[in-house]
Design a protein. Structure first.
Length: 187
């Protein structure tokens, strides 16, 4: 076998192995080979929103998704959690933000949400237990409370995770959210 044939065989083998390893990854267009989808998304992929990943895809401290507050869309990237007194009882507080909260400010932010309330950062503030959910939008200060209907909600080994998808039907779509999060519970 000459050198060119050996190189062509190696490239073909590598392409086959790469294609096989990518078969388990979700693709947006199954008409294209997976390697093409990975390198350059089709125009249809960039125009439509992909299905959200499951909370297990995130690492502690990460959030993904966005919320809409009176037409303003805010992308969320960071997730924090801790215990604080809300509504007269100690509760689990989860903060999902667009920008990181400095480590030295985290305890105070969980306790009283001063940066969120002062509009230094934007995000969602949750107070959770197994049965109920309260959420406040920052900015906007819109608040909702309901039964805890977070999907994949779990508190385990110092980690809280969940997926919240609310179309805003209670408020004519002015405040809607679709977010997932995984946060370590601060001590």
């Amino acid at each position: 076998m000459n050198r060119i044939s050996a190189c062509a065989l190696s490239v073909a083998t590598l392409a086959t192995l790469t294609g096989c390893s990518l078969l388990n990854k979700p693709t947006s267009n199954t008409n294209k080979p997976p390697a093409q989808n990975e390198s350059k998304p089709s125009p249809a992929t960039t125009e439509t929103k992909a299905a959200p990943a499951q909370p297990g895809d995130l690492q502690p401290g990460q959030a993904s998704g966005s919320y809409n507050a009176k037409g303003e869309v805010v992308e969320l990237k960071y997730a924090y959690a801790g215990r604080a007194v809300r509504f007269g009882t100690e509760s689990l507080v989860v903060l999902l933000t667009e920008k990181p909260i400095p480590p030295e400010a985290l305890a105070d932010e969980i306790k009283s949400a001063t940066m969120l309330e002062g509009e230094k950062i934007r995000g969602l503030e949750y107070v959770l237990d197994e049965e109920s959910l309260w959420v406040r939008f920052h900015p906007g200060q819109y608040q909702e409370s309901s039964r805890n209907n977070l999907k994949d909600y779990k508190v385990e080994n110092g980690i809280v995770r969940g997926f919240d998808d609310n179309d805003g039907s209670l408020n004519n779509g002015k405040y809607a959210r679709s977010v997932k999060f995984v946060a370590s519970i601060a001590k």
